[in-house]
Write a protein that binds this ligand. Sequence first.
Ligand code: ADP
Ligand code: MG
Length: 580
Amino acid sequence: MSTAAAFRQKTITYGLIGFAAVMAIAFIAPSEGYYLNILMHAANYAIAVVGLVIVLGYCGQFALCQAAFLGIGAYCVGLGTGDYGIPFFVALFLGVVITGLVGIFLGLTTLNLNGHYLGMVTIAFQMIVTMVLTNWAGFTHGPDGITKIPRPAGFGGGSTYLGLCLVCLVAVLVFAYVLKASRLGRAMQAVRDNEIAASTCGVDVFFTKTVAFGICAALAGLGGGLFAGAFNYISPDQFSFGESVVLLTMALLGGVESAFGALIGTVLLVVLPEWLRFLRQIYLAVYGGAVIAIMIFMPRGVWGLVSKYLFKTAPIGSAPVKPLPLLSRSATVSDEIVLETIGLAKYFGGLKAVDGVDVKVRKGSVHALIGPNGSGKTTMLNLITGLYVATAGTVKLSGQDITALKPHDRTRLGMCRTFQNIRVFRGLTVLENVIIGAERRGNDVEGIDDVTERALAALDFVGLRDRAHLPVGDLPYGHQRYVEIARALAGSPEILLLDEPAAGLNSTEKTEMAELLQRLKGHGTTIFIIDHDMRLIEQVADHITVLNFGRRIADDDPRSVFTHPEVIAAYLGEPRNETA
Ligand code: ADP
Ligand code: MG
């Protein structure tokens, strides 16, 4: 069965099981009272916590304002149905849309910030929302809150309304499950694990984060809206900063990798305080202690621990796959220029790391860039791929000026690269890493089966097919380099840029790397390569550019470069005998 069909079948099965389970719960639940309230509370909070799983667990962005979004959703329903006479479901829908838009707006203005700055901004947003809800009494009813919030027609009874909330919860869980395995979900995980590598794989990092933020907020809006109908009463203190912390704790406790973690965490934190009530005075201390203990002994949350033992990914079969399209070409170096830099420069303050360098890479050639450490080679590659903005000069890809383009747009036009310091997506398997490369826009692939086939073909090529199912971090260093190369190859680039692929490899691995590059060269892949291993360069290069202190000191065929006096003085030390 194809990957897509198998996944669809699994999703439908889980969805139906979930649906059956919640129907059973709604059926046996009492129609009012204490237990019903606990269930309502857990169901609506869990929806918001799934939002946190998406933004934090999938995408790696901290948001400390989930209660604010929950509140906006709740007030949309409370004010909409009460003060403005809007039907419940319309108000609920508006709440979801409005919180989603607020989330996107907040994302657009803050997601350029990193780590704790983003955390601070979300806290500030949380404070603002609390303040508005409390003080703008004319609109929000102030600290007294809103009472007598109606439930929709047909859902007035406690257990029927609970059924509605639970069905929404199941829908949200299925959504999160499908999202994780989708292209967008993989992009989020790539952003979480390594933003720079994600961008050079063609992922629009800023867009991806913003969408994650929007989804997170919209889900809180849904949870909040349902919450308003559940308890018929809302007030500002229910959506305070403290609640945001509780929601975040729920997500972390359950495990942010999966929406099921959100469910577990929420149920635990809603039920735990109720169970511990008999402890009276020492209740809070025990509760806090229990949370700390779970966090310490299960750093990946309850679900993280459970899934570690429950799910082991099976090896991917060795069924033959179509080879990569770029491997069907034959080795011919043409006069066509794929990549060109004109007067390219990058200054870091007073340091001229790259100082007006011209390079022309011909189609089908292996073009090497060599030079002493600190001569500006990696900076060149970062300028070409768009990770650095050039101080001066132009970069052209197949004749098109791409100097102003972002890294992901350059990747879309056909550039794929590897890094001197390995940048793999640590939270993903080998196959998933390579799939993200295969999903490059412009790669002429459609659907998960297609990209999986491309990824497997790339892994075949570098000899790692039998490792495809493993977490990438389980592979030795040398193999991680191959994963990076496979990830770049899977995108079938017009030009492959390699930054010191042989660095850190032992001599056997170096020989293997040389053999791999020879094979690529044999298929006419255009390669721009940086390396210090002159034996490797000698074996593969058609053309060599030499940098010293950011300036080009030679640019010629290997024979001429290896005997060039300035190159010998600056880098080689002694002339290289080509046949050595
Ligand atoms: P190479 O790859 O040839 O060893 P690099 O391109 O990494 O050299 O670095 C060239 C010079 O630019 C070095 O002096 C390095 O310290 C400097 N440099 C590189 N990146 C940065 C940066 N982000 N900020 C400041 N200086 C940098
Ligand atoms: Mg370097």
